[in-house]
Ligand binder design. Structure first.
Ligand code: SAM
Ligand code: SF4
Ligand code: F3S
Length: 465
């Protein structure tokens, strides 16, 4: 139903037209046109959102956190689970009134949800307040799409699946002043049977190491202190991931490197050695296991067994006993029995994760698992999830105890949850650390002596003065 989009005006010409339009808007209204952009989902999506913000700012848009003041509302969406999609539809519904009050308001939906034709068709039919719907392949065409919507007052739908070259020239407006995301690859080739990502993000495309290294170097020179390399499976980075890490580690400066995600089927001892032997790479690996039963892992098409997974954990802990692992888990995959779910509970006890990100299985239409028989109710799966979280809470409280009495380095994020005068940050292992100190330390590395382990964070006292 969504016809192919052919831009009427090329991107460069459209950008010039938009700049002229924004200047006129500013002189007519006494302020720049305002954009509201919200990114849902994973860090990759947040990073895409920062690129879109960069493009909008080139046009002359300023940004607002309040949709009431926006001339452009853009929701950069996630399709990974049904509740993520429901939230977006709820928001679009709320924008109906705004659109009725301001005919010039432009409402756009982009990102992973918007890549799916059935979603674009639903919006076309039932959400007439939306003007622009474009998927993850279309960012490079943003200027020509926006110009067409503004100049012709038409609705536009672009679900192109044509993989354009990775645009290295794209400027981005980063949300954070001391932490930055750097995508090293896009897309996914793995087709885990439950997952929508390969369908909405296309096949793997790796950025050239020269481009990644230049970006990281420039970020460090600008004073960024934590850089997170992104990809759905960084271990299949086409030019060798451990080598890329080693090249970054050689750079001068005081900074941290993190990365995600790492698919266990491609994780190697070389990767673990590279992390442990490095100066700047955090001693933490997010290694999503998804399930603790070999039968379920096979049905998920994960292509590793629990034993192969444990080999990697044991190798790392053999070299560094306190090495930190976190993971993603799916509860209630179609056909999973309670006994198989209990194997997941066993696995988290064996590994001793610092944290788990666990989700009730969500049926994604178009994926193989959506066709599999599923006899367990969502309510039951919710109870299993609770059981898993309670188990993990105990593991966390106990396992965090390894830090008590130690001094750790913390990159301070902002004000803490504990109370007035407290700050919060993360240690090398990506664990929240809270401590009382002056706000001047926000954005800085500080040394904190840990005095207490809780089930969500560590508590300490600053020893940098
Ligand atoms: N590429 C990463 C990997 O394979 O490790 C994962 C990226 S995915 C965006 C993040 C997490 O969402 C997955 O690890 C999985 O636990 C969860 N997830 C993906 N599809 C899901 C589904 N249909 N239902 C529930 N959780 C899902
Ligand atoms: Fe989804 Fe699997 Fe790809 Fe991760 S590796 S994005 S879970 S298909
Ligand atoms: Fe990320 Fe969600 Fe897309 S997790 S890749 S934004 S489907």
């Amino acid at each position: 139903m969504s016809e192919k989009y052919v831009p009427a005006v090329g991107n460069e010409e459209a950008l010039q037209n938009l700049i002229g339009w924004a200047e006129k808007y500013r002189s007519d209204n006494g302020h720049a046109p305002m954009a509201f952009l919200h990114s849902y989902g994973c860090q990759q999506n947040v990073s895409d959102g920062e690129k879109i913000k960069g493009m909008l700012s080139k046009i002359g848009y300023d940004f607002t956190e309040d949709t009431d003041y926006a001339q452009l509302i853009l929701l950069n969406t996630c399709a990974v689970r049904e509740n993520a999609e429901d939230r977006v539809f709820g928001n679009i519904g709320n924008f109906k009134k705004l659109k009725e009050n301001s005919k010039d308001l432009i409402i756009g939906i982009c990102g992973c949800m918007a890549q799916q034709k059935h979603v674009a068709d639903k919006i076309k039919e039932s959400y007439r307040q939306v003007d622009l719907v474009f998927g993850t392949f279309a960012y490079n065409e943003l200027y020509s799409m926006l110009w067409e919507v503004i100049s012709k007052h038409r609705r536009l739908f672009n679900q192109s699946e044509v993989c354009t070259e990775i645009d290295e020239g794209m400027t981005q407006l980063r949300d954070d002043k001391f932490r930055a995301f750097v995508p090293i690859m896009y897309g996914c080739n793995n087709f885990c049977t439950y997952c929508i990502v390969p369908y909405v993000r296309g096949r793997e495309r790796s950025r050239k190491p020269e481009a990644v290294l230049a970006e990281v170097k420039s970020l460090i020179e600008q004073g960024y202190k934590e850089i997170t390399l992104l990809g759905q499976n960084v271990n299949s980075y086409a030019y060798g991931f451990p080598q890329l890490l080693r090249d970054i580690d050689k750079m001068e400066g005081k900074f941290r490197i993190r990365f995600m995600s790492s698919h266990p089927k491609d994780a190697t001892r070389e990767l673990i050695d590279t992390i442990i032997d490095s100066e700047h790479i955090c001693k933490h690996l997010h290694l999503p296991v998804q399930a603790g039963s070999d039968r379920v892992l096979k049905a998920m098409n994960r292509r590793y067994t629990v034993e192969k997974y444990m080999e990697m954990i044991n190798y790392a802990r053999g070299r560094m006993p306190h090495f930190s692992f976190t993971t993603d888990l799916i509860v209630g995959f179609p056909g999973e029995s309670y006994e198989e779910f209990c194997q997941t509970k066993e696995l988290i006890k064996r590994v001793k994760y610092d944290n788990i990100y666990s989700f009730v299985y969500s049926r994604r239409s178009g994926t193989p698992a959506a066709e599999m028989e599923d006899n367990i109710s969502d309510k039951q799966k919710g109870l299993w999830l609770r059981e898993l979280l309670l188990e993990q809470r105990e593991i966390t409280s106990e396992w965090f105890g390894r830090f008590v009495g130690n001094t750790v380095e913390v990159l301070v994020d902002g004000e803490g949850r504990t109370g007035e005068g407290w700050l919060t940050g993360k240690n090398d292992e990506n664990i929240i650390v809270e401590f009382p100190a002056d706000k001047k330390y926000i954005g800085e590395f500080v040394k904190v002596r840990i005095i207490k382990a809780m089930n969500w964070a560590l508590e300490g006292e600053i020893i940098t003065e």
